[in-house]
Design a protein around this ligand. Structure first.
Ligand code: PA5
Length: 446
C-alpha cells in the first residue's frame, strides 16, 4: 500500500460541496506549478518538483562515497546548519533510525546537529564531546552567509585543525552550499574542501532531497536510494491533475477550507516519538511558506499519547480554532508484547496478549473520536511504515501540498522575507560594518 488520505473524520467539517467550490482554485494553484508557471510567484524555486527524477546522479554517487568515507573514518559527524539546512536530515535520521540514534549507534557514526542555535551551552557541550572522538564536519548553508552556522563552523573548524592539523582537517570537512556564490563557497574553494551543491531553484525548506539532506542521512546509514524511490513514487502519483483523484491536492484544499472557517491552527500529530523532528520539518515548511502577507495557518505539533497529558485538555475543550493532521503508520518499526501476570496486581491483565502497537492504535482511535466530538476536525494521513521509502513519499507529498496550499492562499510559497528582519537587527547590535545607523536607532529602544 502507500500513502492514503483518510477523510472519514472530516464529515461534519468539510462537505463535498465545499470541496467542489474550491476545486477551481486548487486547479489554478496546481497550474502555477505547470502550465501557468511562467507567471507564478516564486517560479524560480520549483526545482524540487522534479527532483526525485532529475537529481544530479553524479553528485548522488559522490554523496554516497563521502558518506562511506565518513562512516569509515569518523566516530561522529557534526552537521552544521539551520532551518532547511538541517531539519530534513535530522527528521530523516530520527524517523528511519531513531530519536535515540546517537545512543543506539554502534557501527554508525554519531550525528550531532549544531549551528541551529547560538547557545553556548549546546555548542560548548558538543565541542567537548568531539574533542575525544574522531569526527568530521558537514557545514550546510545555501546562502553561505547565515550567522548561526558560520559561527559554529568557525569553532568546529578550529577544533578539527587543532586535532588533526590544517591539511588533514581539510579532508574531514564537507561543504554543502551554492554552486557559485557566498562566503562559504569562497572558503571551500580556497581551502580545498569537498563541495556539494544546493541546486538553483530549490529553496532551503524544500532541499532535503539534495546534498543538504542526503549526505548526513546517508552518513547515518539510511538508504538514500530507497528515500529517492519513495519520493519518485509520490512524484508520479501526485502528478494526477484531478483533485478528486489526488490526495495531495485534496489535503491542500481541506487545509484552506478549514482555514477560511476559522480553524487558524494546524496541529500536526503523530503517535510515534521518532516523528518529532518530522513535525519540526513540517512546521518550517508550512510556516515559512504560508505565514506572510498577514495570512497563513499557524503550524503547531504534538506527539500523542505523550502530549495528551499536556495539551490534550486544550485540544479537547479550548478555543475552537484548530484542526489536527494525524500521520499514522500501518506497521510499527518493532513491537512489544504485554504479558499476563498471575497476581494481576496492576489490574492490567485485560491487556495481556496485546502488543504496544495495538494499544497505541486504540489511543489514536479513542482520541480521534473524542477530538472530533470536541469540534476539532481530524485529517488522517495513513502511511505504511517508518522506513526510508515511506519517508520519501511523505517528504514529497507535503512539499507539493504546501506549494499548492500556498498558491490557493494567494502567497508566494517560496520566499521568506520576514526572516530577514531579526538578522538585520542582530547584525546592527553586534556592530557589523554597514549597520551603524540602524544600531543607533535600536539601542535607544532597548
Ligand atoms: O527555507 C529557507 O530558505 C530557510 O529557512 C533556510 O533554510 C535557513 O534560513 C538557512 O539558510 P542557509 O541555508 O542559507 O544558511
Amino acid at each position: 500500500m502507500a500513502l492514503n488520505l483518510n477523510c472519514r473524520y472530516l464529515d461534519r467539517f468539510v462537505s463535498e460541496e465545499e470541496l467542489a467550490a474550491i476545486a477551481p482554485e486548487v486547479d489554478h494553484a496546481r497550474s502555477c506549478l505547470y502550465e501557468n508557471r511562467e507567471t507564478a510567484a516564486g517560479n524560480t524555486h520549483h526545482g524540487w518538483l522534479t527532483l526525485p527524477r532529475d537529481y544530479d546522479k553524479e553528485e548522488f554517487a559522490r554523496i554516497k562515497a563521502a558518506a562511506a568515507k565518513i562512516r569509515s573514518d569518523s566516530e561522529a559527524l557534526v552537521v552544521i546548519g539551520i532551518g532547511g539546512s538541517y531539519l530534513g536530515a535530522r527528521a530523516a535520521i530520527e524517523f528511519v533510525r531513531s530519536k535515540n540514534y546517537n545512543l543506539l549507534a554502534k557501527d554508525d557514526p554519531k550525528v550531532f546537529f549544531v549551528g541551529n542555535s547560538i547557545s553556548p551551552t549546546e555548542i560548548g557541550e558538543i565541542m567537548e564531546v568531539c574533542r575525544n572522538l574522531d569526527f568530521s564536519v558537514n557545514v550546510i548553508s545555501k546562502s553561505g552567509t547565515t550567522t548561526e552556522p558560520a559561527v559554529a563552523f568557525r569553532l568546529f573548524k578550529k577544533l578539527l585543525e587543532e586535532k588533526y592539523g590544517k591539511e588533514q582537517a581539510a579532508g574531514r570537512i564537507y561543504v554543502t552550499t551554492d554552486k557559485v556564490k557566498g562566503t562559504l563557497k569562497a572558503l571551500a574553494d580556497s581551502e580545498g574542501y569537498a563541495e556539494f551543491v544546493v541546486p538553483d531553484g530549490v529553496g532551503g525548506r524544500y532541499s532535503v532531497l539534495t546534498a543538504v539532506g542526503l549526505l548526513p542521512i546517508a552518513a547515518a546509514g539510511v538508504d538514500i536510494d530507497a528515500l529517492m524511490a519513495g519520493a519518485a513514487a509520490s512524484m508520479e502519483k501526485y502528478a494526477e491533475p484531478d483533485m478528486w483523484k489526488n490526495d495531495c491536492y485534496r489535503y491542500a484544499a481541506i487545509r484552506n477550507i478549514l482555514y477560511r472557517k476559522g480553524k487558524k491552527i494546524e496541529l500536526m500529530v503523530s503517535y510515534e516519538p521518532d516523528y518529532t523532528l518530522m513535525n519540526e520539518w513540517l512546521k518550517q515548511l508550512f510556516g515559512e511558506s504560508e505565514g506572510k502577507d498577514g495570512k497563513g495557518l499557524f503550524p503547531a505539533s504534538v506527539i500523542y499519547s505523550t502530549d495528551l497529558h499536556s495539551m490534550g485538555q486544550y485540544v479537547q475543550e479550548g478555543e475552537r480554532h484548530l484542526f489536527e493532521t494525524v500521520v499514522t503508520f500501518r506497521e510499527p518499526k518493532r513491537d512489544v508484547l504485554v504479558e499476563a501476570t498471575a497476581e494481576n496486581a496492576d489490574g492490567l491483565n485485560f491487556l495481556a496478549g496485546r502488543t504496544l502497537s495495538y494499544i497505541n492504535r486504540k489511543a489514536f482511535e479513542g482520541t480521534v473520536l473524542a477530538h472530533t466530538d470536541g469540534d476539532v476536525p481530524n485529517v488522517v494521513i495513513e502511511a505504511d511504515k517508518m522506513d526510508a521509502f515511506t519517508l520519501g513519499e511523505l517528504f514529497y507529498f507535503f512539499e507539493k501540498a504546501c506549494a499548492v496550499s500556498g498558491y490557493i492562499l494567494g502567497v508566494n510559497p517560496f520566499n521568506q522575507p520576514g526572516v530577514e528582519s531579526y538578522k538585520k537587527n542582530m547584525f546592527a547590535l553586534l556592530g557589523k560594518p554597514g549597520y551603524e545607523e540602524l544600531a543607533g536607532a535600536l539601542r535607544e529602544r532597548l
